[in-house]
Design a binder for this molecule. Structure first.
Ligand code: 5GP
Length: 142
């Protein structure tokens, strides 16, 4: 997958958006889709992607930010409540040098608990039944 140049419609998140690949979805409307990260840095680690084809922050049309960030906030609220977290960390990696590995804009929503550190970015796959259980908790919190 090229890490510079135009948006690539065959990136993993575009394929999840089109329903070509499975995901544990927790939220979807006309603006955004949210689903669990398969290599969670904390339990309930959720990704929120816009439906607009933008590689990253710098490619997103300025007038699309308001609606998209409103969804990020809505999902963050459900993630915190559903996972009974003490707090949240939000992250966005821009470009390969910035740590981005999938080139469709996304915000990471990471539930946090006092005294519990984050696992490494993109380190280990979580079991499908664990992801399924976390997604159910988050979906129930909207
Ligand atoms: P980035 O490094 O681009 O900010 O984050 C990409 C994220 O996508 C990583 O945290 C990685 O674990 C996650 N990821 C990679 N492939 C898949 C996939 O096929 N499905 C899901 N749900 N997450 C993925």
């Amino acid at each position: 997958m090229p890490n510079s140049g135009p948006y690539q419609p065959d990136n993993i998140f575009a394929r999840i958006l089109r329903g070509e690949l499975p995901a544990h979805k927790v939220f979807e409307d006309d603006v955004a889709l949210a689903f669990l990260d398969v290599m969670p840095q904390s339990d309930g680690h959720t990704l929120v992607i816009p439906k607009i084809a933008a590689r990253g922050l710098l490619d997103m049309p300025a007038d699309a930010w308001g609606p998209y960030m409103a969804r990020v906030q809505k999902v963050a609220s459900a993630v915190k409540a559903g996972m009974d977290a003490d707090g949240l960390t939000l992250r966005q990696y821009e470009g390969a040098a910035g740590g981005q590995t999938v080139f469709h804009l996304h915000f990471h929503v990471l539930p946090r608990w006092e005294g519990v550190g984050l696992r490494r970015h993109g380190d280990a796959m979580e079991k499908d039944d664990v992801l399924k259980a976390h997604a159910a908790k988050i979906r129930a919190a909207f």
